[in-house]
Ligand binder design. Structure first.
Ligand code: PMP
Length: 417
């Protein structure tokens, strides 16, 4: 370990070596080398506290929620609804009923498109997104616009991967029914000025959905300060389980939206002639939910809360700065995404070497990165690259992980020289 790497162990407020002990998976060797996990933007690793919470639920409390009169069902319901309250506090929503448990960001956005969108968007109306969106914030709107004869418009970015906010403002108009954009870009790391953008849209009475999949793991989210109308994120990127995520919606909007999926739990009464809906949030949670997932997500929120976002952000900022400097030494490496405000994502291309080859060679060194289009094909086209290699950091990464990445990239260069 270099002296520089050693110093990172004492990054303010976070004892990373101690934190790493909470993540059993990080201690293993892969391909005969210590695992260097640099793919947390795809999915994060889970602390033992999350794994234990899920196991405890299945070992002690497993029962269906909101239904049984028996004790296990009571306990399961209490834990499930307790997790909802943890999420409410985590994003500072006004009420727990504004928190809808879904499968993840993708399902959250589809829910809004299929309920809010289908009732509000008509032929000739517009939905505005941006050039840096993930496919899950493009395709649901395309499906909606196709069905309704509406128009999907796309706000541009500059070559550094920053949103052109003035252009976006000009594209909002009387036909815009919704603005949907990433809080943080998964490919570029760009942090969009969400508060300012919401304010601009609201001046014209246009609601805003924020895709927070890449934001929630890195800094505190305050939906009331952001003043957004919808906020979506995934548990698995926030050190929680897969299969669980959150849609926050302003209660006035959720109240007037029709349900999406029909089934158990989302009803108040059913006859063959007519069904009435349950109150929020249950109106949007048809069927047996991912109870263990929600409980695991609650445990992840507790875990992150105990570390504190101030310490997490300081350490990740240190890692990103260190990594951005360190990769400059690698001949032929070009960073993709050089916005002023960035989360800890480092996308790059390496001369003519295909990113998949970069990823495969790094894998031989035990280093896990992501390569490809990152579910942002239109963004790749805009930037004129078919794919990138992407290293993404979480609070459990060390400067020595960056050193391993740089050494691996030198190896790639040697092979392709
Ligand atoms: N939006 C962004 C910005 C993402 O990074 C991702 C996941 N890569 C998603 C949406 C989709 O999240 P999920 O697959 O968890 O639904």
């Amino acid at each position: 370990m270099t002296a520089l790497a050693q110093r990172s162990l004492s990054a303010p407020g976070l004892d990373v070596e101690k934190v790493r002990k909470d993540f059993p998976i990080l201690g293993q060797e892969v391909r005969g080398k210590p695992l260097v996990y640099l793919d947390s933007a795809a999915t994060s690793q889970k602390p033992r506290a999350v794994i234990d919470a899920v196991a405890r639920y299945y070992l002690q409390d497993n029962a269906n929620v909101h239904r049984g009169v028996h004790l296990l069902s009571e306990r399961a319901t209490k834990e499930y609804e307790g997790a909802r309250e943890k999420v409410r506090r985590f994003i500072n929503a006004a009420r727990a009923e504004e928190i809808i448990f879904v499968r993840g960001t993708t399902e959250a956005i589809n829910l809004v498109a299929q309920t809010y969108g289908r009732t509000r968007v008509r032929a000739g109306d517009e939905v505005l997104i941006t050039e840096m969106e993930h496919h899950s914030d493009i395709v649901p709107w395309q499906l909606l616009c196709e069905e309704k004869g509406a128009v999907l418009r796309v706000a541009p970015i500059d070559d550094d991967g920053q949103l052109l906010v003035d252009e976006l403002q000009r594209m909002l108009g009387p036909r815009t029914r919704l603005l949907a954009l990433a809080h943080v870009s998964n490919t570029l790391g760009t942090i969009n000025p969400a508060r300012r953008i919401v304010e601009i849209a609201h001046r014209q009475g246009i609601p805003v959905l924020l895709d927070g999949a890449q934001a929630a793991p890195h800094f505190p989210i305050d939906v009331r300060a952001l003043d957004c109308d919808f906020y979506a994120f995934s548990g698995h990127k926030l050190f929680g389980p897969t299969g669980i995520g959150v849609l926050y919606g302003r209660s006035e909007l959720l109240e007037e939206m029709p349900p999406w999926q029909g089934g158990g739990d989302m009803i108040s009464s059913v006859t063959f002639e007519k069904t009435t809906w349950n109150k929020l949030p249950h109106k949007f949670e048809a069927g047996t939910p991912d109870i263990a997932g929600a409980i695991g997500l609650g445990a992840a929120i507790d875990y992150v809360g105990a570390l504190g976002f101030a310490a997490i952000a300081a350490h990740e900022h240190d890692l990103l700065t260190y990594a951005t400097e360190a990769v400059r030494e690698v001949p032929g490496l070009r960073l993709i995404g050089t916005a002023k405000e960035k989360a800890s994502v480092l996308s790059f291309v390496l001369g003519d070497v295909h990113p998949h080859d970069v990823g495969t060679i790094l894998d031989q060194e035990g280093i896990a990165i992501r390569t490809g289009h990152h579910c942002t094909q239109p963004l790749m086209r805009r930037l004129g690259v078919p794919a990138t290699a992407r290293a993404s950091f979480a609070f459990y990464n060390l400067r020595s992980d960056v050193d391993a990445l740089v050494a691996g990239l030198h190896k790639v260069q040697e092979i392709f020289r």
